[in-house]
Write a protein that binds this ligand. Structure first.
Ligand SMILES: *[C@@H]1O[C@H](CO)[C@@H](O)[C@H](O)[C@H]1NC(C)=O
Ligand SMILES: *[C@@H]1O[C@H](CO)[C@@H](O)[C@H](O)[C@H]1NC(C)=O
Ligand SMILES: *[C@@H]1O[C@H](CO)[C@@H](O)[C@H](O)[C@H]1NC(C)=O
Ligand SMILES: *[C@@H]1O[C@H](CO)[C@@H](O)[C@H](O)[C@H]1NC(C)=O
Length: 535
């Protein structure tokens, strides 16, 4: 508390702080039950992040060889991301021989002459910075552009992540000394004091490998959490689970014990690695049911537990060339779940290329939203499907009643009634629906009008006829159906060729999860999710 008369120094300090606040996006964040909030106003803040790696051998944020830093940041913002999950390797902040390397020296060390020429052209001012100074410069520029930052300890030894046996997987592995890791967390938490755009730190990416076990997880993750908080109490402390960040189910039986409150967030990764194309094409609907249930059981349950916490899906993503059946079906299923839970998230990933990854120069990243030259979006249709999850749909502070947006995850659009026509439109402008329980009419909020079935192949319509009762008829929870005049269930569907909404015979419905029935049809066009919203 400052009770003395302000001296000149204090006034300058105050002016400096004002500037810092002016360019920051928000006050420190904290948690209120399962939600992230601005700690001053109490208003909900949602992290809609994209990952940006800076943890590979050169320790240089990817893309600075391709475009000026502010061009890259502008692309992040203009595509609807308000946040970056920015990675760092432990050694960069614990070992001077890593952290004190200048950008030019680090490039020379690996003979990266083309990248060096690219940086000299696009970002010449960074060549003489140390890699730590560069890390802070990137975070500083993100802040000036009102982009929030989550700092993610991705590996210890700077390198590509994450093989089970790469020495970076778990406490005690070849490069993963727990003491040094704690030192690194403390160093980063301290280095980023006074950077209000840095809203949180992730303790460690994708713990894994033969050494992983729950007792060590509790021991070190609790200690790491306390360490970050002790150094920088403004930060959210973001804790990842075992098995490459796919499981936090053990928190049901043993609580996570830390010495602070209102800052703890859990994170998880949700990809479809290991599930072959054939499984997805044979069983799209039941597989979606299975992976969604797994996500609920492993981590989404934390958002509705008695003692609830925010869950940050800090990695998910697909090969944006659209070559994988598994990816294209998983992501549709994923978007429905994430829209429903309205959790915070970070897409993998921003980078169209890597300066050096796994020994290869200028490696293309097919999961990157940007192309290899960082010029334009690799797949604009994919990014546009993220729009509903980039919005806040549920504001827990709002007194307004909940309604539903009828979300079609395959297109990324929502159902809208325009002059009695039923169409797909931007989810910002979705029609508001009421449905009090399953198997009951779906009403347009604030009217006496309901959605009703007209017949196979016909468009459903909205009128005062409220006799159609809509029911979820499949294991995935994503088929909305009502009976036609003959008593047969017809499902909402979007016709892929003309984008019209019709009702058709339901594809691949059936609830028997234990006996995954093969269904060669692709039901994705029939997937709709009633997403709760009140904003
Ligand atoms: C870089 O090039 C020099 C000279 O050609 C060579 O001796 C060295 O092994 C190279 N270093 C790496 C990391 O490729
Ligand atoms: C919490 O734990 C950290 C790390 O062990 C310690 O430095 C700090 O003093 C503790 N804080 C409180 C309030 O007990
Ligand atoms: C939203 O929908 C209404 C009709 O329901 C329409 O008049 C308006 O132009 C739409 N706005 C946008 C931004 O699409
Ligand atoms: C989709 O729309 C086109 C064009 O209106 C029509 O020819 C086709 O039969 C429709 N497909 C289905 C499955 O209803």
């Amino acid at each position: 508390m400052m009770r003395t008369k302000m001296n000149h120094h204090a006034i300058l300090m105050a002016l400096f702080l004002l500037q810092v606040v002016a360019f920051s996006n928000s006050a420190p964040l904290s948690t209120n039950s399962r939600w992230l909030v601005d700690s001053v106003t109490g208003k909900r803040v949602k992290l809609a992040c994209v990952n940006w790696p800076s943890h590979l051998e050169p320790m240089i944020a990817e893309g600075l060889d391709k475009k000026p830093i502010n061009d890259i940041i502008q692309k992040i913002s203009e595509n609807g991301f308000n946040c970056v999950r920015f990675t760092w390797p432990t050694y960069m902040f614990t070992r001077p021989e890593y952290g004190n390397l200048r950008v030019s020296e680090s490039l020379d060390k690996y003979n990266l002459s083309a990248a060096k020429a690219g940086i000299a052209k696009n970002n010449p001012q960074i060549l003489s910075l140390t890699v730590v100074e560069l890390h802070k410069t990137v975070v500083g520029e993100l802040g000036k552009n009102k982009v929030m930052v989550v700092l993610d300890n991705h590996v210890s030894l700077p390198t590509w992540c994450c093989a089970g046996n790469d020495g970076n997987g778990f406490f005690g592995d070849a490069y993963f000394d727990p003491k040094e890791w704690l030192q690194g967390l403390a160093a980063v938490a301290t280095a980023y004091k006074g950077f209000p755009q840095v809203v949180g730190m992730s303790l460690r990416n994708e713990l894994r490998g033969g050494r992983q076990n729950e007792p060590d997880w509790y021991k070190y993750m609790q200690e790491g959490s306390n360490t970050i908080h002790a150094q920088n109490p403004d930060l959210l402390v973001i804790v990842s689970g075992l098995y490459t960040d796919t499981n936090l189910g053990y928190l049901r039986s043993k609580a996570f014990e830390i010495n602070f409150t209102n800052k703890l967030v859990f994170e998880a990764h949700w990809y479809t690695f290991g599930i072959p194309d054939k499984a997805w094409s044979d069983q799209t609907n039941n597989l979606c049911a299975t992976v969604t249930k797994r996500a609920r059981d492993n981590y989404l349950f934390l958002t509705s537990a008695k003692n609830s916490f925010p869950v940050f899906i800090s990695e998910f993503g697909i090969d944006e060339r659209g070559l994988s059946v598994a990816d294209s079906r998983y992501i549709t299923c994923f978007l429905a779940a994430v829209a429903e839970f309205d959790v915070d998230w970070a897409l993998w990933s921003l980078q169209g290329s890597y300066i050096l990854r796994q020994g290869k120069l200028n490696l293309d990243e097919s999961y990157g939203i940007l192309d290899i030259n960082w010029d334009r979006l690799r797949n604009p249709a994919f990014v546009s499907r993220l729009q509903i999850v980039q919005q806040i749909n549920q504001d827990f502070t709002s007194k307004k009643p909940t309604y539903y947006k009828m979300f079609h995850p395959l297109s990324g659009q929502c159902v809208q009634i325009v002059k009695n026509e039923i169409v797909l439109a931007n989810c910002n402008n979705a029609s508001r629906w009421d449905q009090h329980q399953d198997d009951s009419p779906i009403k347009l909020e604030g009217t006496a009008e309901c959605l009703s079935v007209d017949g196979d192949g016909a468009a459903p319509h909205v009128s005062e006829d409220c006799s159609s009762k809509w029911k979820i008829v499949s294991s995935s929870g994503l088929h909305l159906a009502a009976q036609d005049g003959k008593g047969e269930y017809l499902c909402l569907e979007v016709n892929a060729s003309d984008s019209r909404i019709v009702t058709k015979k339901c594809l691949c419905v059936g609830n028997d999860l234990s006996n995954l029935r093969t269904c060669a049809d692709n039901p994705q066009s029939q997937w709709f999710k009633l997403v709760p919203a009140n904003v």
